[in-house]
Write a protein that binds this ligand. Structure first.
Ligand code: FAD
Length: 318
């Protein structure tokens, strides 16, 4: 890849940069250091002050878009306009739901090639593990402008502050063909993909109601609740957004507690990057114990209430 401009579409949340965007910026910086390219961070939306943080993760240039909430169609339009105007050779974003919505649209507007869910990015191409890591897809773009989304919770974040130039974008956009405004919903707890503690439940929970127990544990630990695909598919009202694994989210918390989850390879694909894994399962032969740092063999309906009792008995942390 020749030196040029790499544009990173950054997602902003609560006045800061989303962790997935920090990862994407860090990877863009690593690539730029090898190719001599410049990294431009593009931010849009109500929290544009958070874009300033992008300089900590390797951006040379901050491009501040409009401050109001925009629909995905106009975000894509804006991104495509910026890529053309700055003669960027590469457009990157995190493979979050927003990234996966806007980057392919921008690619279509630019007539550019789009590669999804990459887990390695090189000067001459990209790689993506498929079939639960059994097959490595070597990918190349055949277009001059290249676009991609990167796997979330996969790339290391590098704190690499640099002097930065800031540009406010004056933009004129066409009327969209669809209308859809994005409003952050206050969850009252961390987002699953960014949580430092994840308590996940599987078929062993037996019902959607039993997830209340996991909610309580997650609440006590300041974490988020996840689920296996079996729990999501069981018709218990557990949304797909909570699914961890190959066809769900990849999480990388400091602590992952797997409750009533057997440890199928497709589930492991989404959580083995966790720093500490605790498994609660009544079957001592369950494969989850092979990846767990701590295993509790027992009935989750006895173990979790006991864990909760002990956590609640701890003195308050100062
Ligand atoms: P099970 O395998 O049925 O395990 C339930 C576990 O609960 C058992 O180990 C049992 O011992 C334990 N248990 C039961 N009762 C209790 C109790 N009272 N106390 C303690 N332990 C108890 N799966 C995912 O999770 N995420 C994915 O993204 C995903 N993608 C897939 C993609 C493809 C293409 C395919 C083919 C499959 C995918 N799967 C995915 C499904 C995966 O193969 C497994 O079927 C699924 O992960 C099993 O979920 P589970 O562990 O909850 O259920």
């Amino acid at each position: 890849m020749e030196a040029g401009v790499i544009i990173v579409f950054c997602e902003l949340q609560n006045g800061g940069l989303r962790r997935a965007s920090m990862e994407t910026l860090s990877e863009a910086r690593r690539l730029a250091d090898r190719t001599g390219a410049q990294v431009a961070a593009l931010g849009i939306g109500p929290y544009d002050s958070g874009l300033d943080e992008a300089s900590r993760f390797g951006a040379d240039l901050l491009l501040k878009g409009p401050a109001g909430p925009l629909d995905p169609e106009r975000i894509a339009q804006l991104i495509a306009g910026v890529v053309s105007k700055r003669h960027a050779t590469l457009l990157l974003a995190a493979g979050s739901s927003l990234g996966r919505e806007v980057v392919p649209r921008a690619a279509a507007l630019l007539g550019a090639g789009y590669l999804a869910d990459l887990d390695s990015l090189e000067a001459d191409g990209a790689r993506r593990a498929i079939c639960t890591g059994k097959v490595l897809a070597e990918c190349q773009w055949t277009t001059a402008v290249r676009t991609a989304t990167l796997k979330v919770n996969h790339f290391a974040i590098a704190d690499a502050p640099r002097p930065v130039q800031v540009l406010d974008l004056a933009v004129q956009m066409e009327e969209p063909r669809t209308r859809c405004t994005l409003q952050p919903v206050p969850l009252g707890r961390p987002d699953l993909s960014e949580a430092q503690v994840v308590v996940a439940g599987g078929r062993g929970l037996g019902s959607g109601e039993a997830f209340v127990l996991l909610e309580e544990l997650a609440q006590a630990l300041g974490g988020a609740v996840g689920a296996s695909r079996a729990a999501v598919d069981a018709g218990w009202g557990i949304p797909h957004a909570m699914q961890v694994g190959q066809t769900g989210q990849t999480v990388r918390p400091s602590l992952y507690i797997a409750c009533g989850i057997s440890g199928a390879i497709q589930h492991l694909a989404g959580m083995t990057g966790s720093r500490v894994i605790v498994a609660i399962n009544r079957d001592p032969q369950a494969p989850i114990f092979k990846v767990a740092d701590y295993g509790i063999v027992g009935d989750l309906f006895e173990v979790i209430p006991e864990l909760l009792r002990q956590i609640r008995a701890l003195p308050p942390q100062s």
